[in-house]
Each structure stands twice: as C-alpha cells, then as structure tokens.
Design a protein around this ligand. Structure first.
Ligand code: SF4
Ligand code: SF4
Length: 69
C-alpha cells in the first residue's frame, strides 16, 4: 500500500510494503518532515519541504518517492 502526503506542487509517496520504520528519513530531512509512527514513516507539514531529496537518497528500501526528486 502506498500513501501520499502532498502540499501544493510537492507530493511525497511512501510505499508501506517497503518501509520498515528504520528511520533514516527522519534523520536525513533537514526540516523534520518525517516521523515513524506505529512502525511506518509518515510525512508531516509537507509545505516546509525544501526539495533537497535527502529522504529519497537515505531510505535503504527505496520506499520514498518525491515529486521533485
Ligand atoms: S528510511 Fe525508508 S524504510 Fe526507513 S522509515 Fe523512512 S521510509 Fe521507511
Ligand atoms: S526532499 Fe528534503 S526537505 Fe523534503 S522531505 Fe525529503 S529530506 Fe525533507
């Protein structure tokens, strides 16, 4: 199952079949978009995303898709 988190032109999609809750995205994001909740990553306040793509690059399971990356 995939879940989308969007704001304006920015869309972050997390594939929950791939996400293991490992938390690299939480550490990598400079504006603290991610948290792990009940073992899966969720993206909050997406409007603050600076489109750096660190989350996509950090995820060991390629679970994150980003509209800008
Ligand atoms: S880095 Fe990837 S696998 Fe780990 S919590 Fe984030 S989205 Fe899930
Ligand atoms: S692209 Fe950068 S700022 Fe946006 S969610 Fe990913 S790590 Fe955070």
């Amino acid at each position: 199952m995939k879940k989308e988190f969007a704001s304006g032109n920015i869309k972050i999609t997390i594939d929950y079949d791939k996400c293991t809750g490992s938390g690299e995205c939480v550490t990598a994001c400079p504006v603290e978009i991610f948290e792990v909740r009940d073992g899966k990553a969720v993206a909050n306040h997406v409007e603050e995303c600076v489109e750096c793509c660190a989350c996509v690059n950090a995820c060991p399971n390629n679970a994150i898709e980003h509209s800008s990356c």
